[in-house]
Design a protein around this ligand. Structure first.
Ligand SMILES: Nc1ncnc2c1ncn2[C@@H]1O[C@H](COP(=O)(O)OP(=O)(O)OP(=O)(O)O)[C@@H](O)[C@H]1O
Ligand SMILES: [Mg+2]
Length: 678
């Protein structure tokens, strides 16, 4: 990897290395340094000039392009999973081999690694014996960390299979870390450094790679949490990494877990007791009773992300565990949404007859009639299990199902009537349209938890931890009764802020939230501008306060609405469905952009209507503060305070009136009419 010290030495500036170390500047940061930054280093004019020229030259170095790159229009802050891959023992090998043989090795290594990464991630840099990759950029996915881990394992295999010029097989070391970074076009239009990443995460990934042994994949704790339980992971303990003051926990990814079609009734490690959902659970258990008695049932369980569909299923299978003879779970995932029957194939061993049947369908070229036959044959095979006892067949997350799997689910729902089978199909609301044609599904929509149940969930997650009242209120307000948000926010409060300070969006939520904004560029840019206005915003204000064109704004709003991220209210007004979505859209912007937007929102509000300024001076104060104009904000704060005080006076007066004068029986309204309130 190109090294800062080496670079400084080449310029004859090595004696200034300490200055760079002190300012925590790394090689990757160099192209981002502005003239002002370089001046702040305090170097004499001669070296400073030399440095500026060399930085300029660095910006002209072409970096690898990628065909999947759709260039974001500007730099942004986002969560990335970053991977460093390094060819193990390349230095001794380079000393032993002649340069030509070594360059063949490096070329083969780079091409093997880049082609694995290219399937699911983005190759950011090829550096001789090292490769840097991003997962979650240019577009985020809910499962970026899992993609990175799967690719890392494939890379380790691929490199081990490369022809080796020595007796030893080739091996690589992989380091992966996930965190918030600034990424994108930090320099300006047409810059070659458009995908430079700045933040602590790349450094951590590089250190993890150094800590990995040959053939090992070492990951950071944040990445491990995002992997869920799909991989076998080994806790390596804590180690002090170079440049890190505190010891860092390290984890090794060993392999992917093999899926079993048997439903896992064990509660996931760390998951809390289910709260609420009594009536929904009762409905499932009633359907199960009927199915057991030979009147098969099909239930469609819908609800937004994180609302608790899977948790409810878990509670159901735990409650019914003793009576379930066979359980099949077909898990749909976004990655395989175009792969016919993927959820079914992955649930069985490759040798199972059902997999053979599907392979046969593939060989027949997937003709419609062939597919129909296959579906009914598969359905028969699955339903035949009911002969030996009550059976549960679950299709999880059908919003990501391929059409063939969806047809299979539909076929089963039609055919369960007289067998001992309960078929449960789960999906987010958008899945419902795809299942419109299936008539005999009992529909069960999960809503958000009410306040007392939300509070019970917070208490369950917090366990013995005392939460400050403010944090408790904060979590309730920002989680909107969505269990996933309640759970993650509570965990974040417990882990990060022992004294109950303000919490930002937890890392475990970021990927899924950003992925939902990342579908269309217009979606994200509209969401970003809107997030500066606040959770409630109007189309007219977003339009007036930004340079977004009318078509893009319309497209963005429509896409956000269709994706269920915002809801329409009256008079061209909208609301982010979750407070956290508003937070995350806001977080993705860099400070200068936020400031600029707040400024133009404030200016627009000032000119838009006097009554707004009168009604909500505190909103203007907020925007001016956020724009960095404390003086202008102050004026509005004073107004807001004055208004609040005035209101209190009026309310006191009203209370007196109601208690006193009211003896004459005058309606309260008339009091409001008589007294001018503001
Ligand atoms: N009623 C509940 N009581 C306690 N915890 C819950 C409850 N509902 C959900 N959770 C927790 O909230 C998190 C999200 O729930 P879950 O994974 O079931 O959501 P989901 O609807 O399946 O989301 P997705 O659409 O992303 O699959 C999980 O950690 C789950 O354990
Ligand atoms: Mg789920």
């Amino acid at each position: 990897m190109a090294d800062l010290f080496e670079w400084l030495a080449n310029l004859g500036l090595e004696k200034y290395s300490d200055v760079f170390v002190k300012q925590e500047i790394e090689y990757e940061h160099l192209p981002l340094l502005t003239d002002g930054d370089v001046r702040d280093l305090g170097l004499p004019i001669g070296p400073r000039r030399k440095l500026l020229d060399a930085i300029e030259a660095l910006r002209d170095v072409p970096t690898p392009k990628h065909d999947r790159l759709t260039r974001p229009s500007e730099a942004e802050r986002r969560q990335l999973t970053i991977m460093f891959v390094d060819l193990a023992d390349s230095t001794p090998m380079a000393l032993r081999l002649d340069p030509e043989a070594m360059s063949d090795v490096l070329r083969a290594f780079q091409s093997a690694v880049a082609s694995e990464i290219g399937r699911l991630g983005f190759v950011a840099k090829l550096m001789g014996d090292g490769v840097l990759a991003y997962f979650g950029w240019p577009r985020a996915h809910e499962d970026d960390a899992r993609r990175a881990a799967a690719v890392a394992l494939a890379i380790v295999d691929a490199v081990a299979k490369l022809p080796s010029p020595t007796a030893e097989p080739l091996a690589c070391r992989v380091g992966i870390a996930t965190g918030l970074v600034v990424v994108g076009d930090l320099i300006g239009e047409q810059s070659a450094q458009e995908h430079v990443v700045v933040g602590a995460t790349p450094n951590l990934a590089a250190r993890l790679q150094e800590a990995a042994g040959p053939g090992e994949v070492m990951i950071a704790d944040t990445t491990r949490r995002l992997l869920g339980n799909e991989f076998v992971i080994e806790d390596v303990g804590q180690r002090r990494l170079k440049g890190h003051e505190q010891p860092t926990p390290l984890f090794r990814v060993l392999r992917k877990k093999i899926r079993h079609s048997q439903f896992d009734t064990q509660e996931q490690a760390g998951s809390v007791q289910i709260v609420g959902r009594e009536s929904e659970l009762a409905l499932l258990l009633r359907a199960w009773e009927q199915a057991r008695s030979g009147r098969g049932q099909a239930v469609l369980l819908t609800g937004e992300a994180g609302i608790g569909k899977s948790r409810l299923l878990q509670a159901f299978t735990a409650a019914a565990a003793k009576e379930i003879t066979t359980a099949h779970i077909f898990q749909c995932v976004p990655l395989h949404g175009d792969n016919p029957f993927w959820p079914v194939v992955s649930a069985f061993s490759p040798a199972a007859p059902i997999v053979d049947r599907i392979a046969e369908d593939g060989r027949q070229g997937n003709h419609r009639t062939g597919r129909r036959d296959t579906i009914s044959a598969l359905a028969t095979q699955l339903l035949s299990a009911a002969r030996s006892g009550p059976t549960v067949i679950i299709f999880e997350d059908v919003q990501w199902a391929d059409q063939a799997t969806l047809d299979l689910a539909g076929h089963l729902a039609h055919s369960v009537g007289d067998v001992r089978v309960l078929c449960i199909v789960t999906g987010r609301p958008e899945a419902e349209q795809r299942l419109d044609t299936i008539l005999n599904l009992t529909r069960l929509a999960l809503g958000r938890l009410d306040r007392p149940t939300s509070a019970a969930l917070i208490a369950a997650v917090a366990g013995g931890h005392e939460l400050a009242t403010r944090s408790h209120g904060d979590i309730l307000a920002r989680s909107d009764g969505v269990p996933m948000f309640l759970e993650e926010m509570t965990r974040a409060v417990i882990e990060m802020t022992p004294d109950g300070g303000t919490v930002s969006v937890p890392a475990t939520l970021r990927d899924s939230l950003i992925a939902r904004l990342d579908v269309l560029p217009a979606m994200k840019s509209v969401a970003q501008i809107a997030s500066c206005v606040g959770r409630d915003f109007s189309e007219s204000l977003v339009s007036a306060a930004s340079d977004i064109d009318a078509v893009e704004l319309r497209q963005g709003l429509e896409a956000l609405r269709e994706a269920g991220l915002i809801v329409t209210r009256a008079n061209g007004r909208f609301r982010f469905k979750h407070a956290l979505l508003c937070d995350i859209a806001y977080e993705t912007m860099l400070t200068p952009r936020r400031k600029q937007l707040h400024r133009s929102i404030a200016e627009t509000l000032e000119t838009m209507s006097d009554s707004f300024v009168e009604r909500e001076p505190e909103s203007l104060a907020r925007h001016w503060y956020a724009a960095g104009e404390n003086g202008r904000a102050e004026v509005y704060w004073l107004r807001a305070q004055h208004r609040a005080a005035h209101w209190r006076e009026q309310l006191d007066a009203l209370a007196d009136f109601v208690e006193g004068d009211n003896a004459e029986g005058g309606p309260i309204e008339s009091a409001w009419n008589r007294r001018k309130l503001h």
